[in-house]
Design a protein around this ligand. Structure first.
Ligand code: SF4
Length: 478
């Protein structure tokens, strides 16, 4: 019989993150029982959370920005890849101005904490962290996405983006460590669980399986992705959670080999194989090309002999996460890039030769003319739109479906104009200004009949819908 031995399921290595100091206020140390305790004021948790949400809503990691620049510099990247990467970099520069966020979907706030046994708080940590989420979302130009269920079929936006998902774990030591994330709906919707068996655990079978599943991710979550795959897991939910953390690069310091103890590890070789596979899919950064993914993480976990969960998750182009820690030295937040412009190339779209074949469409013309012109172009044609668009998303669709169900006619503005499927983040100081990250992903939107079953599109003329590239085999706009 083996000797008893303990291992963390996910044993992390040294933290090499670059942090910036937020000061020492509200953090004191106390000696008691011969030990040093870290005493944290409630306001510290609130302020740290608010600062973290603000940072990740506007700033990206330098590594992510460097990956975007690499797409532009890669001669094998398609013009579409480079177009998207350049647009994303320009978008990052706008967001870094800290007025408008990097994406109109400002996400569900997710906070994971590991609290050392010598850390003292008043015990209401989740409440204080929630207060920080509240402060950030209500004071900044961040959209409220959380819907409270009033009954099974009626919901109301909480108007604060609360509740947040907060999970706090016990740890050793006298530090309080955090991972802050803001997860958009499109990105969260691309977390998948597959209950497989040992049959999938063969080198070729696994790659074949993964190719099929990765292909099915599509582009709805705004690639290039940080793709995470977890093979195994002590439970389905643990596999999924591990995939989410891996997509945020939180598990990058895992061991790279397994052991009889059963801990998780990264499979670097498979990561490279899957990354190459994603480059061959041809999907690219939304409209065809090589850069479907920036990088891939593959984590192998222990499993029950009768089950083999496989979890897949992505972090999207709004790659929003930051680490933080509170230690006897003070409060620290991961240093994100405040000057993304330094990743911009000296060239822009025209210089890159990426504008060839772009068709200008004047949306001021009668709808019949627009439709006739669009019908001349094949799938994947890139369009440059000018003129009015109706901005509407799921809730607008549900409301219109309600009106149609009540016998009211389709509003004229939906007959006369294309619909841009997006929910703008509003600058609350200058109402009506759309959020920064509407322009490039907007090439991909629609009023989704399937999501609500409202059949809105069945009850009006076939109108242009601005959609995401390659979500389905359709023209961008028709
Ligand atoms: S970048 Fe795309 S997938 Fe990510 S949060 Fe924004 S809309 Fe959602």
């Amino acid at each position: 019989m083996p000797e008893f031995g303990y291992t963390d399921l996910l044993p992390l290595g040294e933290d090499a993150t670059t942090y910036r100091s937020l000061g020492r206020g509200g953090v004191t140390t106390r000696q008691s029982f011969g030990r040093e305790f870290l005493d944290i004021d409630p306001g510290v948790l609130t302020q740290l959370t608010a600062r973290a949400i603000a940072d990740i809503s506007h700033l990206l990691r330098p590594t992510h920005l460097a990956q975007l620049r690499r797409v532009i510099d890669d001669r094998q990247a398609s013009p579409n890849d480079r177009f998207v990467a350049l647009d994303l970099l320009r978008n990052a520069c706008i967001a870094a101005g800290r007025v408008l966020p990097m994406c109109q979907d400002t996400g569900t706030a997710i906070v994971m904490g590991k609290r050392g046994q010598h850390v003292l708080t008043d015990g209401r940590d989740a409440e204080h962290i929630s207060r920080g989420v509240y402060d950030a979302y209500t004071e900044l130009n961040l959209r409220y996405s959380q819907l409270a269920p009033l009954t099974m079929f009626t919901e109301r936006n909480t108007g604060t983006n609360l509740p947040a998902q907060i999970e706090i774990y016990a740890d050793s030591g006298n530090a309080y460590k955090f991972l802050f994330m803001a997860k958009g709906g499109g990105s969260a919707n691309k977390s998948f669980l597959y209950q497989e068996t040992k049959a999938v655990l063969g080198p070729q079978r696994l790659l074949t399986f993964l190719e099929e599943k990765i292909r099915s991710l599509g582009t709805a979550a705004c690639p290039p992705y940080h793709l995470a795959i977890v093979i195994g897991g002590t439970s389905a939910e643990y596999a999924l959670k591990t995939a989410k953390y891996a997509s945020a690069h939180y598990l990058d310091t895992l061991p790279v080999t397994g052991s009889a103890a059963g801990h998780g590890f990264r499979d670097l070789e498979l990561e490279q194989q899957v990354l190459e596979l994603t480059g061959r899919l041809g999907i690219g950064a939304q409209f065809g090309g090589k850069y479907f993914c920036h990088d891939v993480r593959v984590v192998r976990l222990p499993r029950h002999g009768a089950s083999c969960p496989v979890a897949i998750a992505v972090s999207c182009s709004a790659d929003r996460q930051a680490l933080a820690k509170i230690t006897p030295d003070g409060v620290f937040l991961e240093q994100l890039e405040t000057d993304p412009a330094r990743y911009l190339p000296d060239t822009m779209h025209d210089d890159l030769g990426d504008s060839a074949g772009v068709v200008p469409i004047d949306l001021n013309r009668p709808m019949g003319e627009i439709c006739a012109e669009l019908s001349r172009y094949p799938v994947k044609t890139r369009l440059a739109l000018s003129g009015p668009l109706v901005v509407a998303r799921d809730i607008a669709h549900a409301k219109i479906a309600e009106r149609l169900d009540a016998g009211e006619p389709m509003p004229a503005y939906l007959r006369d104009h294309a619909v841009y499927y997006a929910g703008p983040a509003i600058d609350r100081r200058r109402r009506g200004q759309a959020g920064a990250r509407l322009h490039h992903r907007g090439v991909g939107s629609r009023i989704p009949r399937a999501r609500h079953g409202g059949g809105v599109e069945d009850r009006g003329p076939r109108l242009p819908r601005v959609r995401r590239g390659r979500r389905q085999r359709q023209r961008f706009l028709r």
